[in-house]
Design a protein around this ligand. Structure first.
Ligand SMILES: C[S@@+](CC[C@H](N)C(=O)[O-])C[C@H]1O[C@@H](n2cnc3c(N)ncnc32)[C@H](O)[C@@H]1O
Length: 271
């Protein structure tokens, strides 16, 4: 990789982190930035078999919502790695507020090559972020490296079948919804198995994708009503006008199985 490529990669990651730290992301996605929210996080934690006292890495941890919840529910230690500096600071504040700062830690860094000690983690999870990673194979290999033998990796993410997305889902919107570089269901399985992981569970949680689209539609409706009442313009009037049609298209794609949200849990072999 040339120094130019490295610079471009770092800029793209900073831009992505900036987008997720923005008010737009908070408004669109809320605090738990993946379909299914904390209920799905806990489901994945149970499938991963997280035990009290375990050390768990949360890769691309955003504002620490899942890290705090997992450390509370499973009574384990969680280390979140997040590229966005502001988000990592907010995650620390969230852990302090929840009186969990002794068990929920946060570092600012690249989750594709996490700045954590190799071979020390009982498990690791990555929610709605592998789809954003530029070098997915390296990210999974680095995750495997963090795990002890027998350690488990829980991945939940958007799945997209090839060539199904409408043309207008590009740029910021595609990235915000984690669609642009998402893989197929089999693509994630192949990715994890290529790093030597043994697949234990694959769960179709696409219904959560429908719920998030319904919630987006409700927010869009409320915003449009507010605009009419106040006479104020939103940031992107054209996008707002096309929003309902786009959401209907996306919902249709989920119903057809072209678009989805899945949980994958795999284990690092013991020998
Ligand atoms: C859709 S949000 C998901 C956040 C969190 N995992 C959750 O489910 O609530 C994606 C997050 O991944 C972060 N991210 C993307 N690429 C990253 C990287 N290479 N290293 C660390 N964080 C990254 C973004 O900054 C953003 O906070």
């Amino acid at each position: 990789m040339s120094s130019m490529d490295i610079l471009e990669e770092a800029k793209a990651k900073a831009c992505c982190a900036g987008l997720y730290q923005s008010e737009l992301a908070r408004m669109v996605m809320g605090d738990s930035m993946h379909p299914g929210g904390l209920a799905l996080t806990n489901q994945m934690g149970r499938l991963m078999g997280i035990q009290p006292g375990d050390w768990v890495a949360d890769l691309a941890s955003a504002r620490g919502n899942s890290a705090v919840a997992v450390s509370r529910v499973f009574k384990c230690n969680v280390v979140g790695v997040e590229f966005g500096r502001e988000a990592a600071l907010e995650a620390h504040a969230a852990a302090v507020n929840a009186r969990l700062a002794e068990r929920s830690h946060n570092v600012q860094g690249d989750a594709e090559s996490p700045p954590l000690r190799a071979g020390r983690f009982d498990s690791a999870f990555c929610e709605c972020a592998m789809s954003l990673f530029q070098n997915k194979a390296r990210a999974v290999a680095e995750t495997v490296n963090l795990l002890k033998p027998g350690g488990r990796f829980g991945l939940s993410d958007v799945t997209v079948e090839p060539n199904c997305l409408p043309a207008e889902i590009d740029g910021t919107l595609g990235q915000l919804l984690c669609l642009t570089d998402a893989l197929t269901v089999q693509g994630y399985v192949d990715l994890m198995e290529a790093s030597g992981l043994q697949m234990l569970h694959q769960v179709d949680a696409s219904i959560e994708g429908i719920k998030i689209l319904d919630a987006l539609e409700a927010k869009l409706g409320a915003f449009t009503a507010w605009q009419k009442m106040t006479g104020q313009q939103g940031p992107d009037p054209e996008m707002l006008e096309r929003g309902p049609e786009l959401l209907t298209t996306l919902r249709g794609l989920v119903q057809e199985g072209q678009l989805g949200y899945w949980i994958f849990v795999a284990e690092k072999p013991t020998s």
